[in-house]
Design a protein around this ligand. Structure first.
Ligand code: PMP
Length: 375
């Protein structure tokens, strides 16, 4: 077996052993449909979904009834952006986002523009984030909706989401945040951010399975969801908002991954911070002026490093490193389409083409990173 150091945890993570163990019975003997009734497999499946809903809710501190299971963050982003704007379009047609969002946000905004919405795409600063004032200045009487990423997948930059949410609440704007990259890596306490109406979550980014995620959708004081047009119509699962037989094994996996993330949050944050500063030190010592870091030095997701190897092509570098470690070019896009995130912080095409992203896991040790000393 090849010993490969996996350092592409922002792209995806391996399934945690306990997550796999929790899922297996629901792939095998407990195969029931949670919408069926009375017999054992059905009630067991229903109960397992209920437990998972509570586990996810606990991780982000919301009510379990505010969790809707989806296939992942791409779906959650599409669902809430299309579903809310569709319902509110008679109130106004101005919507706001940022230029470093994941394509599952940006492309939806571009699509909505073709439907007649007026789109403002806020440019981030050199640290890869917007300011609360920038958000405030962008508001118009017709603004109905904003989608502002919580933390960035390439740079780790965190947006001032609490401040943005306060402004949003005052101005009665629906605020969504793509929280895909921050779950399990920073504290997310939704009870303390009442102005944040929804967030997207994806299990495979925090040691859960692929193909499952959630949309947190805040209910009002009467415990009612906001009006939202479903993305998937059908059998009426998930309170009629997301039809389709629930993927019980995957949902159980998401629940277990959430439970593990809740239990270990502080320890994981400390470990990621410590690994990050260790690796930055090792890289500086080994490569000196031949490297340059792109990520901000504070207010960031711990464990994401974006680094330029001056004069080297990132595709060639990532390929050369691939027998011993997995890192990425910092963008899922092809080399023909350079990272829109790195371009947004003012990097030249040349600088983008020499950047790699290293995204750490709390389950590795400092010693593992000594591999960089021998490159
Ligand atoms: N948003 C962000 C910030 C992401 O990093 C990703 C995954 N690359 C997604 C959304 C999409 O998530 P999923 O894979 O669950 O569709």
């Amino acid at each position: 077996m090849i010993l490969l150091l996996y350092l592409d945890n922002s792209a995806t993570t391996p399934i945690h052993q306990e997550v796999k163990d929790a899922m297996l019975p629901f792939i095998l003997e407990q195969f029931g449909n949670p919408s069926s009734k009375y017999y054992e497999q059905a009630t067991t499946a229903k109960e397992a979904v209920k437990v998972a809903r509570s586990q996810v809710a606990k991780l982000i501190n919301c009510n379990p009834s505010e969790i809707l299971f989806t296939s992942g963050s791409t779906e959650s982003n599409n669902f809430v952006i299309k579903g809310i704007t569709d319902q509110q379009k008679t109130k106004g047609r101005h919507i706001i986002t940022t230029n470093v969002e994941h394509p599952s946000v940006l492309e939806v905004f571009k699509f909505l523009e073709t439907l007649g919405f007026e789109v403002t795409i806020l440019p981030v600063n050199q640290e890869g984030r917007i300011t609360a004032n920038q958000f405030k200045d962008a508001l118009k009487p017709e603004t109905i909706f904003a989608s502002i990423q919580w933390g960035n997948n390439e740079l780790g930059s965190l947006n001032p989401i609490e401040e943005i949410a306060k402004i949003s609440l005052t101005n009665k704007i629906f605020l969504h945040s793509d929280a895909t990259q921050v779950i399990g890596k920073i504290e997310v306490n939704l009870e303390e951010i009442p102005g944040l109406n929804s967030i997207s979550i994806s299990a495979h980014k925090f040691f859960g399975p692929k193909g499952v995620g959630a949309l947190f959708l805040r209910k009002d004081q009467y415990e009612l969801f906001p009006s939202i047009t479903p993305l998937l119509h059908g059998g009426g699962q998930e309170e009629g908002l997301r039809s389709g037989t629930l993927a019980v094994h995957n949902i159980v996996g998401l629940g277990k991954a959430s439970e593990i993330a809740s239990k270990n949050l502080t320890g994981h944050i400390d470990q990621l911070n410590s690994l990050e500063s260790y690796l930055v030190g090792v890289l500086k010592e080994k490569f000196g002026s031949n490297i340059k870091f792109n990520q901000p030095s504070s207010e960031k997701i711990p464990g994401i490093i974006s680094v330029q190897f001056i004069g080297l092509n990132n595709e060639i570098l990532v390929k050369r490193l691939s027998p011993i470690m997995a890192v990425s070019t910092g963008s899922a896009c092809s080399s023909a389409k350079p990272s829109h995130v790195l371009a947004s912080i003012g990097l030249s095409l040349n600088e983008i083409r020499q950047t790699i992203r290293i995204s750490l896991s709390p389950y590795i040790e400092k010693d593992d990173l000594n591999i960089f000393k021998n490159l």
